[in-house]
Design a protein around this ligand. Structure first.
Ligand code: C2E
Ligand code: CA
Ligand code: CA
Length: 658
């Protein structure tokens, strides 16, 4: 757009108006500040008043003139009133009382100045004696000059007072009877005025400039402070801002007030950043911040706590308020985002803790909500967890497990147990599933459900997984050739570089044919749909390794994966076979899966078989294989070998299938 001359003039005009207004406002502030500081220092006023009263009383007494007595009384009255007002009235920041004080001060100052000048003038005109006249003159001019310095903050008051002191004396000098002396006095008095005016105005300017620059630095310091506490990406408070605001909230909080802290973490934000770049990531964070701000109550505090974490602190009346707010926020954050025409979805895990219920101080509140968030994440993400004291105990145990797991492998505390998978027609063992066990010297036997997730989180699963595969392959190599080994694989293991090679090496070292290894994977492996998984499965399948879909029915049960990858087996989760939720519906599901398996030439394994009735039921529904306590629990390698040996000798060591 072209800027016309007219526009420029208007802009300059407006700018000047603005500058003038600003400088007017500044002068006003400077004046107020200076006037206010004058009132808060009444000592000099009191000294001046005592001097004035004593000098004029002496003058009145020496002269014996009634007019000087009256003038002295008037002066005493004004002086006492001024000092009292200065001591008694204190200015505030509203400006109204400052303005009132100013008027009182001005009336007092002008009357005092005029009275002191007038007393001196009367003494001169009536020739009351040189000594007294000198006393009064010294007092009057001393006051007039002194007041110019003292009141430089308000040049009108300063110079007005000087004029009121000097004017009566000037008049007396004009009427005086000693021409040369009085002429000299007149010149002195007249010149005194511009001299003092220049001094006063200079002092005023210096004062004003230094106040203005002090104000400017204070303003700048305030701006810097705000900047240091703000997150540049979202405009929300950052960690420093959060600390500051929380300290503030805590200081104001009353004992019966309930505070809730929501600690949120975006799920899979790192992927957005890695795949779409940081600019898109930043924009996404901005949009999340916006949605959050819209959902939370107006006086809630929101901060971005580094990376993709947000914290909201708000007052609540009941726990139910938190549930409602958590639901709203999650729903809002889960809605898709559009950045650069890219549709992005993120989830949000949330930990919630309450004060005073879960925490006594700020530290505890943060710890509790952080812990609750951690639980929300390990429970499958995109959910909200309230803090419970059990979480603290769990965390302690987890931390211990985490610390001891690595060493446990070296200390031989881990071993592999084997659970048979049985042919439901013949009752013969077809496969053993390798299941890891940890015999902890103090804690006793630890369940894999407890330490495998820790191993996954800490990355130990890679070392552990390799060790398990190697041990399992070694054991299997001792068994008859038609018996295979099934090993559970964690998604993380597969994603580690060289994962397929590691497994092939373990097979080679154990001299086990790849076709005797079955890898059990769960659907969570396919959730992020990366190429790595496909390549891993392809590479091992081409060498003869087989794959089984584990825990089928508990996840997404997407038939897409079964179609896309070369699975040889589907393991129907034990919740469909035994356990409380197994019912007619699950029978229908098992039947459907079994039928599909038969058509695709896959084995269908029923997990968790505990009774003969279940054996019959799953076999009738079409399952070909079975696994469960009915046949055998997981046993050590020598017992597995013994089971196989007995079977080969003709007496079936397992319970019957028919
Ligand atoms: P999973 O792969 O589903 O393993 C079967 C689990 O069901 C085993 O529990 C087994 O002992 C149990 N089970 C077998 N038959 C029955 C039955 O009739 N009734 C009941 N109630 N349970 C039965 P375990 O050994 O505690 O393993 C739990 C989970 O830990 C496994 O579930 C697997 O996901 C994981 N896991 C175990 N060992 C390994 C391993 O070496 N590597 C990896 N990555 N995960 C493992
Ligand atoms: Ca398994
Ligand atoms: Ca399973």
């Amino acid at each position: 757009m072209r800027v016309t001359e007219e526009q420029t003039i208007i802009t300059i005009g407006l700018k000047q108006l603005f500058i003038r207004k600003r400088s007017d406002a500044l002068s006003e502030r400077v004046r107020r500040l200076l006037v206010r500081t004058l009132y808060t220092q009444p000592t000099s006023l009191a000294i001046g008043a005592v001097n004035g009263i004593v000098s004029s009383a002496i003058t009145a007494a020496v002269s014996g003139m009634p007019i000087l007595f009256y003038a002295c009384i008037a002066l005493t009255f004004v002086a006492v009133a001024r000092v009292t007002a200065a001591f008694g009235l204190s200015p505030d920041d509203t400006g109204t009382s400052t303005r009132k004080l100013e008027i009182i001060y001005e009336i007092g100052a002008f009357s005092y100045a005029f009275l002191i000048g007038a007393i001196c003038a009367i003494a001169m005109v009536h020739d009351v004696g040189a000594a007294v006249e000198v006393l009064m003159m010294a007092n009057a001019l001393g006051y007039g000059i002194g007041i110019c310095a003292r009141n430089a903050g308000s040049p009108t008051i300063a110079l007005g007072q000087l004029a009121l002191v000097v004017a009566p004396i000037l008049l007396a000098a004009l009427l005086g009877n000693s021409p040369i002396v009085h002429a000299a006095l007149i010149v002195n008095l007249v010149l005194l005025f511009p001299a003092m005016a220049s001094i006063t105005l200079n002092v005023h300017r210096v004062l004003r400039d230094s106040i203005a620059s002090a104000e400017k630095s204070a303003e700048l310091a305030e701006k810097m402070k705000i900047l240091a506490r703000t997150d540049v990406v979202t405009g929300l408070a950052n960690r420093a801002g959060l600390d500051h605001q929380l300290a503030d909230i805590m200081a104001k909080r009353t004992d019966d007030q309930m505070l809730a802290m929501f600690w949120m973490d975006l799920d899979r934000f790192k992927e957005v950043n890695d795949i779409l770049g940081h600019t898109v990531g930043d924009e996404l964070l901005r949009q999340v911040a916006e949605r959050l701000t819209e959902q939370v109550p107006e006086n809630a505090m929101i901060a971005r706590f580094g990376g993709d974490e947000f914290i909201v602190v708000t007052e609540v009346k009941h726990r139910a308020d938190c549930e409602m707010l958590a639901g709203l926020v999650q729903e809002e954050i889960n809605r898709p985002y559009y950045v650069n025409e890219e549709r992005i979805s993120v989830g949000c895990s949330m930990g919630i803790a309450l004060m005073p219920e879960d925490a006594q101080d700020l530290n505890e509140l943060m710890q509790a909500s952080d812990l609750a968030l951690y639980h929300a994440k390990i429970n499958g993400r995109n959910q909200a967890s309230f803090f419970t004291p059990v979480m603290t105990r769990n965390l302690v145990r987890r931390k211990e497990i985490e610390a001891e797991l690595r060493a446990a492998i070296q200390k031989d505390e881990l071993s592999i147990f084997f659970q048979p998978i049985v042919d439901l027609e013949s009752g013969r063992i077809r496969t053993f599933e390798a299941l890891v066990r940890w015999f902890h010297p103090e804690k006793g036997e630890l369940r894999p459900d407890e330490f495998i997730p820790v191993a996954e989180e800490t990355g130990v699963i890679i070392t552990l997984g390799n060790w398990i595969t190697a041990q399992a392959a070694k054991a299997c190599a001792q068994w008859p050739e038609d018996v295979t080994i099934a090993v559970n694989l964690s998604p993380l293991q597969i994603k580690a570089p060289g994962a397929a090679l590691g497994i092939l090496n373990a097979l080679r070292e154990a001299q086990l044919d790849p076709s005797r290894l079955e890898l059990e994977v769960t659907e969570s492996l396919f959730l992020d749909d990366s190429d790595v998984t496909g390549k891993f499965i392809e590479e091992l399948s081409s060498k003869g390794v087989r794959f089984a879909m584990d825990d089928f029915g508990t996840g997404y049960s997407s038939l897409g994966y079964i179609n896309k990858f070369p699975f040889k087996k589907i393991k129907v989760d034990r919740s469909f076979v035994s356990g409380d939720s197994a019912n007619k519906k699950s029978e229908a599901i098992i039947h459907a899966v079994a039928e599909m398996g038969a058509r695709l030439g896959m084995d269908i394994v029923a997990e968790g078989i505990e009774t003969i009735e279940q054996v019959r039921s799953v076999r009738d529904l079409g399952c070909t294989l079975g696994q469960g306590y009915y046949f055998s629990r997981a046993v050590p390698d020598y017992l597995a070998a013994m089971l196989l040996a007995q079977e080969r000798e003709g007496d079936n060591p397992l319970r019957k299938v028919g």
